[in-house]
Design a protein around this ligand. Structure first.
Ligand SMILES: Nc1nc2c(ncn2[C@@H]2O[C@H](COP(=O)(O)OP(=O)(O)OP(=O)(O)O)[C@@H](O)[C@H]2O)c(=O)[nH]1
Ligand SMILES: [Mg+2]
Length: 182
């Protein structure tokens, strides 16, 4: 391999972001990841993730590896394995399911227990308030306020909240920007 090729590869690597997408089952993680991919690489059908899937995409001029891990109860003990090398954690939550907000907050808390010094330092935490297309008007306002209330203490002051819909694509630009902004 020539020196130029090595330098080019290193540059690409330096610019790479490792993004971990976690959250409860059915919150829409894989649907969001699918939306972040170029149109010709998107799946037409998303099924519950058993284990994990890794995709790589150019987002906002950065090379991003997207680690999409299944959220079913039996898979959650394995989440820890992915924490260490993560640059950006996208915590996905279904805003249309207020009955699961507590469970989501508890799981995020427990996950961050691994190393609470990281968020806001070498780990960017983004909370994706997904499925906003299922709510409108005052119910959307109420649910978003409630979920932010439940999660903001756990997520910490530096966390960024983005409203989005993996199905309609609303808010995906903001999510991409939040993932890649310095
Ligand atoms: N209306 C609506 N439905 C969504 C949205 N995002 C995901 N869904 C639906 O929610 C269901 C679950 O989506 P997935 O992307 O498989 O959820 P997941 O979080 O990856 O689930 P696990 O892999 O089991 O952890 C699917 O039927 C999706 O079509 C959204 O923004 N709006
Ligand atoms: Mg999935």
């Amino acid at each position: 391999m020539g020196l130029l090729t090595i330098i080019k590869k290193q540059k690409l690597k330096d610019n790479e972001i490792r993004c971990l997408i976690l959250g409860l089952d059915n919150s829409g993680k894989s649907t969001i990841v699918n939306r972040l991919l170029p149109k010709d690489q998107r799946s037409t059908e998303i099924t519950p993730t058993v284990g994990f899937q890794i995709h790589t995409a150019h987002i906002q001029d950065r090379l991003v590896s997207l680690w999409d891990i299944g959220g079913q109860t039996t898979l959650r003990p394995f989440w820890d394995n992915y924490y260490d090398k993560t640059d950006v954690l996208v915590w996905c939550i279904d805003v249309s399911q207020p009955l699961r907000f507590d469970e989501s907050a508890r799981e995020l808390f427990s996950f961050l227990q691994r190393d609470r010094g990281r968020p806001g330092h070498d780990l960017k935490l983004i909370v994706a308030l997904n499925k906003i297309d299922l709510l409108s008007g005052s119910s959307l306002t109420t649910c978003v306020a409630s979920v932010q209330d439940d999660l903001s203490d756990v997520a910490g002051a530096g966390a960024v909240f983005v409203r989005c819909s993996g199905v309609t694509g609303q808010g995906m630009e903001e999510l991409s920007y939040a993932m890649c902004a310095d």
